[in-house]
Write a protein that binds this ligand. Structure first.
Ligand SMILES: O=P(O)(O)OC[C@@H](O)[C@@H](O)c1c[nH]c2ccccc12
Length: 261
């Protein structure tokens, strides 16, 4: 079993447990559920830098990145830096995140928030909304075309933006549908952890122009962004490069200032 299969197997058990503890109605009745959402895709269209900065304590590929930060400070720091949006990992077992991280980020900033999760059930989309997310991630590698359609329609009915992540042409081809707002190309292969910016370059001309293109993972320099912009990318998802420092907000500020100068 590859790591992605393991994560999904664990996720199914986790969702069953969560459903038994917190009924759907309780999610729908949460205070935040009624809050209007902020569109990340609209922000990216109008931004020159396009940075989406991530909160990630650890990952299966890197183990510990940073366990000493609090998510509120990180969220405020990213907002001050002028990022377009923040991604919050909510998987506990493999990434050390939680839905509480999402809630705390929501309480600390007004950025569009992406729930970074392995979504395989509509219940998780309701959770995203109830804990303050504006955007959900969907990973094509773990979903059928029918699921992508059903989940993205459901997300749109809740006014959430959808970022659909692909890693190859086959995944991309089953994901082109009008309920997807942003197409993300993950430069990291989630099965082998290999990282290459070439993945974004190769797939870019297969993505129709009406989707906002986002390049994800392994971006650690201004040069990487300048290299990807000519391929039509408007969004750049950066985690480790900021999170490995003592002050991710400050790192993001310096990064964006250099990018814009
Ligand atoms: O830390 P990086 O290499 O900058 O990557 C960030 C983000 O792209 C990565 O965390 C990610 C992209 N897609 C995912 C899906 C699940 C978990 C994590 C991810």
């Amino acid at each position: 079993m590859n790591i992605l299969d393991k994560i999904v197997t664990d996720k199914r058990k986790e969702i069953a447990l969560r459903k038994s503890l917190i009924p759907l109605k309780q999610l729908e009745n949460s205070v935040i559920f009624e809050k209007s959402t902020i569109s990340l895709s609209e922000r990216l269209k109008n931004s020159s830098s396009g940075i989406i900065a991530e909160h990630k304590r650890r990952s299966p590929s890197k183990s510990t990145i940073n366990q000493n930060l609090n998510v509120q400070d990180v969220a405020k720091g990213y907002e001050d830096a002028g990022v377009c949006g923040m991604s919050v990992l909510t998987d506990g077992k493999y990434f050390g995140g939680s839905l509480d991280d999402l809630l705390l980020a929501r309480a600390s900033c007004n950025l569009p928030l992406l729930r970074k999760e392995f979504i395989i059930d509509t219940y998780q989309i309701l959770e995203a909304k109830a804990y303050g997310a504006d955007v959900i991630l969907m990973i094509a590698a773990i979903l059928t075309k029918e699921e992508i359609k059903h989940f993205s329609e459901f997300a749109k009915s809740l006014d959430l933006d959808v970022l659909l992540e692909v890693h190859n042409l086959e995944e991309l081809q089953k994901s082109i549908m009008p309920t997807i707002d942003m197409l993300g190309v993950n430069n990291r292969n989630l099965k082998t952890f290999e990282v290459s910016l070439e993945t974004s370059k190769i797939l870019s001309n297969h993505i129709p122009d009406d989707f906002v293109k986002v390049s994800e993972s392994g971006i650690s320099s201004i040069e990487a962004i300048k290299e990807l912009q000519p391929y039509g990318y408007k969004g750049f998802l950066i985690g480790e490069n900021f999170m490995k420092t003592d002050n991710p907000g400050l790192s993001a500020t310096e990064f964006i200032n250099t990018l814009n100068s």
